[in-house]
Design a protein around this ligand. Structure first.
Ligand code: ADP
Ligand code: ZN
Ligand code: MG
Length: 487
């Protein structure tokens, strides 16, 4: 019997607004002191009333436009009732029947909906005392929830989707979406079905929680698929439940049997107005669409169309420092130079900065570091370097050294090349003299070569290069050497 995987994702992302979802308390993920960004509203004091954060609504609608979704006309907020100490009101304000956004796709995965809700407080378990401490700074922070249809077929595809969504949220500037910081949280729903089952028939799903990175998500999904298949093959049945990921043991474990939505007693919040978005100025699709930057998908296509290698295109899309730098270099540059430049950016320049980044342990994808001068070398200087390579004024070996130096110091590549004696000797007389000198000083090697020992040529060429301190075009030098040896 063959089985296949069905996966649907539920992804939460904290929105980067100035204030919380329903009050004026600051929304600051960087606040280290506990319980300072709070007020009577988010602490649920009696007699307080919530006010909807317009920026949060706009953010979710912009995500909807980027996904090609339908934006709601009518929308409302509902109370999701349950008790937990991280939820001061005893209910979470969320959206049930009328999400802000429905439909749409990303990376070929159909989106069910995107809605807006509020985050809970963070609970900190103190192992020493066994106590649980609660920090309400996060309580009431705007939280976007995106739900996909059960159409994902593998752990890898789930990872690819979640990574692309993170990128999109960052491009839109709506969320930092850092998984390790809990700014983006992924829950994976996983089931298996027989390949012979009719379309639309699904197995019982299990929901996996406490996933804190893309890699963990992929591992947890793979583990869970295997567990379900072994269970079913040995005659067991999958129970619908929530399972956690145990990172130490690398397994999923049963946490609780999932509540049905009826248990939450959803109902529209009587303290908040329902919204007719068409009546709100600036919330129509055209106005929102005009606020979107070039999206990751479009940017990737632009590079591929320009003949950039897929891996390099992906790098430029994912790390906009290099993408923006490439764009600046490519702007108005001829096609062949652009392709050569891309090789030097995606290989050599990236390596230089990865080495430096790993020393400073800086997040390579940090959205704070988008400016071109982060790269030390200006796009104009970089073009000078490429021009010198194409004019054969420097060897590719020398180009790498010059680039490293220029990136570190910001100095002009032409000046670096001249100072380090890396300009290839164009002077025919100097080349002749160097080659003749090497031939005169190595009679035995020359004899070996003339007796048919090909390897001797490499040695002689190396000697010539040494005399010229690397400042020669190796091909031209090789030709000259052969010519003289044949004479
Ligand atoms: P629930 O009512 O349990 O919350 P939903 O129908 O709202 O379930 O779906 C929640 C998530 O689970 C969605 O991402 C959906 O695509 C996914 N899902 C639903 N059924 C399955 C299934 N049989 N296998 C895998 N994922 C599923
Ligand atoms: Zn508040
Ligand atoms: Mg649901």
């Amino acid at each position: 019997m063959e089985y296949e995987a069905t996966i649907g994702l539920e992804i939460h992302a904290e929105l980067r607004t100035n204030t919380k979802m329903f009050c004026c308390s600051a929304n600051s993920a960087d606040e280290k002191r506990p319980n300072v960004n709070i007020c009577p509203v988010c602490m649920a004091h009696p007699g307080t009333l919530p006010v909807i954060n317009k920026e949060a609504v706009r953010s979710v609608l912009r995500v909807g436009v980027a996904l090609g979704s339908r934006l709601a006309d009518y929308t409302e907020f509902d109370r999701k009732n349950y008790f937990y100490p991280d939820l001061p009101k005893g209910y979470q304000l969320s959206q049930y029947e009328y999400p802000l956004v429905s439909g749409g796709t990303l990376k070929g995965v159909d989106i069910t909906r995107v809605h807006l809700e509020e985050d809970t407080a963070s609970s900190i378990h103190d192992d020493a005392t066994g106590a649980t401490l609660i920090d309400y700074n996060r309580a009431g922070v705007p939280l976007m929830e995106l739900v996909t249809e059960p159409v994902i077929k593998s752990a890898e595809q789930a990872g690819e989707f979640a990574r692309e969504l993170q990128l999109l949220l960052r491009y839109l500037g709506v969320s930092n979406a850092n998984m390790e910081k809990g700014e983006m949280r992924v829950e994976a729903n996983v089931s298996i079905r027989k390949t012979t089952d009719p379309e639309g028939v699904f197995g019982t799903k299990v929901e996996i929680k406490n996933i804190n990175s893309f890699n963990v998500m992929e591992r947890a999904v793979r583990y869970e698929l295997k567990r379900q298949e072994e269970l079913v093959r040995s005659g067991g049945t999958v129970v619908q439940e929530t399972r956690g990921w145990d990172d130490a043991k690398q397994i999923t474990f049963a946490q609780r049997v999932k509540e049905g939505s009826a248990d939450y007693r959803y109902f529209p919040d009587p303290d908040l107005p329902s919204l007719r978005l068409s009546e709100l100025a600036g919330f129509d699709t055209a106005t929102l669409a005009a606020t979107l930057p070039e999206l990751p998908h479009a940017r990737r296509e632009r590079y591929l169309t320009a003949g950039i290698k897929p891996d390099d295109a992906d790098l430029y899309v994912r790390d906009t420092r290099f993408g923006n730098f490439f764009d600046a270099v490519a702007n108005g540059y001829d096609v062949e130079s652009v392709l050569l430049a891309s090789n030097y950016i995606a290989n050599d320049l990236v390596k230089i900065f990865r080495d430096r980044d790993s020393k400073n342990s800086r997040d390579i994808l940090s959205r704070d570091s988008q400016t071109n001068d982060m790269l030390g070398i200006s796009s104009d200087s970089f073009r000078k370097l490429i021009d010198m390579i194409r004019a054969k004024k420097i060897s590719s070996r020398a180009a790498k050294d010059i680039l490293a130096e220029a990136a570190a110091t910001g100095n002009d590549p032409e000046i670096i090349a001249a100072e380090k004696g890396l300009m290839q000797t164009q002077d025919a007389g100097a080349l002749e003299a160097a080659v003749q000198g090497v031939i005169d000083q190595n009679p035995t090697v020359v004899a070996d070569y003339r007796a048919g020992k090909e390897a001797a040529l490499q040695f002689l060429l190396g000697q010539c290069m040494k005399v010229l301190r690397g400042a020669a075009d190796p091909v031209a030098l090789g030709d000259l050497l052969k010519k003289k040896l044949a004479a």
